[in-house]
Write a protein that binds this ligand. Structure first.
Ligand SMILES: [Zn+2]
Length: 216
């Protein structure tokens, strides 16, 4: 099973990704994780990638495509994969197509999670994180027993800079600017499965597995 999962931050695709990789026994591949591993292993490409990330810049497409090529040469991808956060622009999508072609592989599905901006903003900007243990709460959906205090260790709950409303709005805009063309690209090539990120995870999981079963 070869799947690309797309969707903005906070749309709820992470949980579904975990269910899919477990169900199909495939690796969950995100370029962010590969970069971290390559850096941990002290590789040159890992250091180069980190220098971009540290400056708050995107890693250039050539480097990203190259590490994806390397990742796909590893044996665990023989039975399939779930890509999350890649490809994030047209150049990467074209390079990825080329890679698949070289291996004689076809994608089974591109799954695009969507939700209205205000839903995503509410979800992310409502997050609070324990400054001691990192446990995650939400001011509406997962309140701590005592406001502002972690249930586990009485640590103070804080809002991460990344979760502030203005930051979320900016991340959403960047995401949509970059990825809308990629979704169009895959729509032209076949079908993109559109998933409403507001549904419950059990509903979403059932819908996706049924569609994947019928497609393949
Ligand atoms: Zn805590």
């Amino acid at each position: 099973m070869r799947i690309i999962l797309m969707g903005p931050p906070g749309v709820g695709k992470g949980t579904e990704a975990e269910l899919l990789v477990k169900h199909y026994q495939i690796p969950h591949i995100s370029t962010g994780n590969i970069f971290r591993e390559l850096f941990k292993d002290n590789t040159t490409v890992g250091k180069i990638a980190k220098s971009y990330i540290d400056r708050g810049e995107l890693v250039p497409d050539d480097i990203t495509n190259e590490i994806v090529r390397h990742r796909l040469s590893q044996p665990d991808t023989e039975k399939g994969f779930l890509f999350d956060g890649y490809p994030r622009n047209i150049r990467q999508a074209e390079a990825f197509d080329q890679l698949l072609l070289e291996r004689g592989w076809k994608l089974n599905a591109v799954i695009n999670f969507e939700a209205p901006d205000h839903v995503i903003i509410e979800r992310i900007s409502g997050r609070r994180v324990c400054s001691t243990c990192g446990a995650v709460y939400h001011i509406q959906n997962k309140k701590p027993l005592k406001e502002g205090i972690c249930d586990l260790d009485q640590g103070t709950l804080i809002q991460r800079a990344d979760d502030m409303e203005e930051t979320v709005q900016r991340r959403l805009r960047i995401y949509l600017d970059q990825t809308a063309p990629v979704i169009g690209y895959y729509e032209n090539k076949g079908s993109v499965m559109h998933i409403d990120g507001r549904n419950t995870i059990s509903h979403t999981d059932a819908v996706i597995k049924k569609a994947l079963g019928e497609m393949n």
